[in-house]
Design a protein around this ligand. Structure first.
Ligand SMILES: Cc1ncc(COP(=O)(O)O)c(C=O)c1O
Length: 397
């Protein structure tokens, strides 16, 4: 079990929202839409709520909305048609992750496996671990693979070593390898050849590869296209991809999570896991996001988000000598920082900066054991540059 369940990432974000003037803790982007996109949201929200209208009179699983959503997500994330037709929508990123873990258990039961082992790449969002700790039949193996953690060996080598050793030690267990790319908070991206290598090794070991791509569109890399598991051939292994809207579009809490099973067997298990909960996310969200994700202006919004993240990263890298970066992020919407030449823990730094009016997240939440991340805090780059500069000037004094 984690040492301090009372200080999760979410709790730190809630505390920050209560007490700080500047919120650099929340992971969702805070950049308003332009007028055209704002009008799309307003118009489709109104239409979806219109009880007399033909839209809401239809059944929740209206094939038009489902098809529009699949087409929009498939095209945004560059999926082949046979991947996009398997997309499943649910309430949020966390629900998508939770349902994928439930699907892994369904797959293990279907093949009479004797327990489950989840190999989790760290640093990563604590949600992965916390949802796994909820399930007493899952053994969790953390592999520290981020910047500064893996001298000599690559991120993927370490995961593959752990996979081999778990598969040899307990051949009767279902193994899952869980990673995010870009990673939260480090921004590390798993390259296409490494994803394929991991998938091939998972295939040999009969393991399920779970890749969370929630930051793949937004961040310092945008609009550069990043490699995804969606390009891994279905025959390489059982894989499942995850993406959610929240890290690209902040609609005041309205969001959707998507699960992309790589083949029919995984899809069957995902469908079973989704059928254990409420049938569908709000019809309003399905309709609004189908319009928004398919809208040509969204690409411009993503490009602007990327440009704001780069401008803000530059403030730290080149104009704030009193702050050190853990590493320059390759992608994503975060940076990990600390005070130059000081030996505080991430927890202490977070406390100091909260007292100065800026909320951040302690790097400790991203690790189950100690590691370099513990001496940093995570800050969100997806803010308007003026807001971000003001927050950083408070942190720099
Ligand atoms: C990698 C990753 N997946 C999923 C989530 C959860 O997403 P949501 O806020 O939509 O529940 C997060 C939240 O930060 C995340 O970092």
């Amino acid at each position: 079990m984690p040492a301090r369940l009372n200080s999760t990432l979410t709790e730190q974000q809630i505390e920050g929202r209560k007490y700080a003037f500047y919120d650099l803790a929340t992971g969702y982007p805070a950049l308003p839409f332009d007028q055209e996109l704002a009008e799309v949201v307003t118009m489709w929200t109104r239409r979806s709520l219109d009880c007399g209208g033909h839209l809401s009179a239809r059944h929740w699983d209206d094939p038009d909305v489902e098809m529009l959503l699949k087409e929009a997500v498939g095209s945004l994330l560059n999926m082949e048609r046979d991947v996009s037709r398997r997309i499943r929508a649910t309430f949020s990123g966390s629900v998508a992750v939770d349902r994928v873990f439930a699907a892994a258990r369904a797959m293990a039961s279907a093949t009479s496996k004797n327990g489950l082992t989840a190999i989790v790449a760290e640093p990563s969002v604590d949600l992965f671990r916390l949802l796994l700790y909820d399930r007493s039949d899952f053994k969790v193996v953390a592999v520290q693979a981020g910047p500064g953690h893996s001298a000599g060996a690559s991120h993927e080598d370490l995961l593959i070593d752990a996979l081999h050793s778990e598969a040899n030690a307990s051949p009767d267990r279902q193994i899952l390898v869980v990673l995010d790319s870009p990673a939260n908070p480090s921004g590390v991206v798993t390259a296409a050849d490494q994803l394929l290598r991991l998938a091939t090794e998972c295939g040999r070991a009969g393991a399920l590869l779970v890749v969370d791509h929630c930051f793949v569109l937004a961040g310092v890399h945008a609009p550069r296209r990043l490699p995804t598991v969606f390009d891994v051939p279905a025959e390489a292994c059982d894989w499942v991809g995850i993406w959610d809207t929240g890290k690209t579009i902040d609609l005041n809490g309205d969001k959707l999570g998507f699960i992309m099973p790589g083949n029919g067997r995984v899809q069957k298990a995902v469908d079973l896991s989704l059928s254990m909960i409420q049938a569908s996310a709000a019809r309003r969200s399905l309709i609004v996001f189908a319009q928004l994700l398919g809208h040509p202006r969204l690409k411009e919004h993503i490009a602007q988000l990327g440009s704001a993240c780069r401008t803000n990263l530059d403030v730290i890298r080149n104009r704030t000598p009193s702050l050190d970066l853990m590493a320059t992020p390759d992608a994503g919407t975060f940076a990990c920082v600390r005070r130059a030449e000081q030996e505080h823990t991430g927890d202490k730094l977070r406390e100091i900066w909260l007292a100065a009016g800026v909320s951040t997240v302690s790097g400790r939440t991203f690790l189950s054991t100690s590691g370099p991340c513990n001496r940093f805090v995570r800050i969100a780059l997806a803010r308007s540059p003026s807001y971000f500069s003001e927050a950083i000037s408070r942190m720099a004094t």
